[in-house]
Design a protein around this ligand. Structure first.
Ligand SMILES: [Zn+2]
Length: 219
């Protein structure tokens, strides 16, 4: 199934600081690296990352997961849900780990284990519904429930499934930044994308190359 999502324009509020030894986290705003993956499933995987070599988790609370889904343009059921506190966070992190392991296996030319994702999808039921649009145009809408956490996270699980089934893994790559763990789907025309962001790792590499040149000239 094709899952639509909107691209977020960056240059927004910086998030987190790098002074902690554990995962860093701040409570509000989007980080410029939040949606650089060019695929919903990859952006989801990228919510755990190591900018500047420091582990950073976008998801620290249930609200973080909901906010991220909102910013990713994923529509979620409106009705109030009453899961135990932390349950959504736990399930989202579980799905993220499943997705990351599968992508890493694919990149390593190994067979990913599909059982865990299939089990997730089994509990992520949704159904099509016909709706009449203005002008009597009939459209098919996908109706998702929120009885289970898997249903709530089903757009992500399906995006991961779609990536594994249809993704071109030559174009799914790591940023070349030395300590950067971000993934992206290279959709550039020439397929020569190297960085998570030209402003982040691309710029760091440029500065490092410039310093090396200066040092070489000085010697
Ligand atoms: Zn990077």
């Amino acid at each position: 199934m094709f899952v639509t999502y909107v691209r977020i324009h960056h240059g927004l509020q910086q998030k987190g600081d790098t002074m902690h030894s554990g995962p860093t986290h701040a409570t509000a705003g989007l980080h410029p690296l939040d949606f650089i993956g060019d695929h919903l499933a990859i952006d989801f995987i990228n919510t755990l990352r190591t900018p500047d070599g420091v582990l950073y988790d976008v998801f620290e609370t249930d609200k973080d997961v909901r906010d991220w889904l909102f910013h990713a343009g994923v529509s979620t059921p409106k009705e109030p849900v009453r899961w135990p506190q932390g349950a959504l966070l736990w399930k989202a992190r579980q799905l993220r780990e499943i997705a990351l392991k599968a992508v890493e296996a694919m990149k390593a030319g190994k067979r990913p284990s599909l059982d865990t994702l299939n089990l997730f999808l089994e509990h992520a039921a949704s159904h099509p519904q016909l709706v009449m649009r203005p002008g009597s145009k009939i459209e098919i809408k996908r109706v998702r429930g929120s009885r289970t956490l898997e249903e709530f996270l089903s757009p992500i699980a399906e995006a991961v499934a779609e990536l594994l089934a249809d993704g071109d893994f030559d174009l799914i790559r790591h940023c070349e930044g030395e300590e950067c763990s971000l993934w992206f789907y290279d959709r550039t025309k020439a397929h020569r994308r190297r960085w998570c962001s030209p402003a982040a790792c691309g710029n760091r590499a440029k500065v490092a190359a410039f310093r090396a040149r200066v040092k070489a000239n000085a010697n």
